[in-house]
Design a binder for this molecule. Structure first.
Ligand code: HEC
Length: 114
């Protein structure tokens, strides 16, 4: 009897771990497999217009770490400028993500976009 109980708790734990792992994967919608050069251009054209310190905070790739960029992109709906993001397609956003992520503060080549 006791053995059987242990078996089921192991099944439960394995199931729970598998689920949370799956959820974590599903959460990371953006990956840095876009075109970073195009992303830089798109960033300047679509984001930098406000984020040059004029109407919004100045933002460069090295403003955030890779983990912070990942989080920002996965929850961009919460940003004040979410409307601007929604004007772009997923491919363009992936390119911008690639540019920012590859030159993040803790990346091998941190960069400003100035
Ligand atoms: C029409 C102007 C405008 C455009 C275009 C715009 N934003 Fe914003 N953004 C804002 C404002 C205003 C805020 C909130 C105030 C602030 O953070 O300065 C904001 C906030 C943010 C924040 C949160 C602040 C922070 O430092 O973490 C991020 C990240 C961001 N924007 C990224 C972007 C990206 C990436 C793009 C291009 C896809 C973009 N924005 C396009 C105006 C804009």
């Amino acid at each position: 009897m006791a053995r059987k109980k242990r078996f089921w708790s192991v099944v439960c734990i394995v199931f729970f771990v598998a689920c949370s792992f799956g959820a974590a994967l599903a959460g990371s919608e953006f990956s840095n497999d876009g075109n970073g050069r195009k992303g830089k251009y798109l960033y300047r054209k679509n984001c930098r217009t406000c984020h040059d310190g004029s109407s919004a905070a100045e933002i460069s790739p090295n403003t955030k770490t890779q983990a912070q960029w990942q989080r920002t992109f996965n929850t961009y709906e919460r940003l004040e400028c979410a409307e601007e993001w929604q004007k772009m397609d997923q491919g363009d956003l992936t390119d911008i993500f690639t540019y920012l992520y590859d030159h993040a503060y803790d990346s091998p080549q941190p960069a400003t976009c100035g």
